[in-house]
Design a binder for this molecule. Structure first.
Ligand code: ISJ
Length: 167
């Protein structure tokens, strides 16, 4: 096998120290707090309603004519800090309006509370489908959660500071 194809395979795989994080079930908040040895700090960079892009609708698993209809969702974008002055994870959460019914409405009033405190309050894991990809900011896991019948899409990108953290 020519060496350049080995190099191309190597760049398409995440670093070994990230694999367990990219594939982990359960709350990432809980895992990050254990690694940091302190509560997670959540800095919100955006929270509000947005019309979803075609790619976001596809990532939510929509198909057929649903992809052509405008879909409004509540979007939350945050940076998660462990015990470093640089963020460890950048996260975007997409809540279709149909998912924000009943006790899920509190997902719009989280402020600095990590979503994980709500999502995993009563259960260690939540049914989900997981996708992993490399982005320009870092390796990203995308999780489509079925939380009590409500669809949520949460993307978490592991930033350079996470990899260089010595805890
Ligand atoms: C979904 C979880 O919550 C974390 C907290 C987030 C937030 O507060 O916006 C976003 C993504 C997660 O990393 C989790 O703990 O797994």
């Amino acid at each position: 096998m020519p060496t350049n194809s080995i190099a191309s395979i190597a760049t398409s795989l995440p670093p070994i120290e990230l694999v367990s994080w990219l594939n982990a079930e359960g709350s990432l908040t809980a895992m990050l707090e254990e690694k940091a040895g302190q509560p997670l700090r959540v800095e919100r960079t955006f929270e509000g309603y947005r019309l979803l892009t075609l790619q976001q609708k596809q990532q939510l698993g929509l198909q057929g004519s649903a992809l052509n209809r405008p879909l409004l969702a509540w979007i939350r974008e945050v940076q998660l800090y462990g015990n470093d002055e640089r963020p460890w994870v950048g996260a975007q959460s997409i809540f279709p309006l149909s998912s924000l019914k009943g006790n899920a409405r509190r997902l719009q009033q989280l402020k600095g509370t990590p979503i994980g405190y709500v999502l995993f309050k009563r259960r260690r894991t939540v049914p989900n489908q997981r996708f992993v990809r490399q982005t320009s900011e870092g390796w990203q896991r995308q999780t489509r959660y079925d939380w009590y019948g409500r669809l949520l899409l949460i993307s978490e990108t592991f930033l350079p500071a996470f990899l260089s953290s010595d805890t």
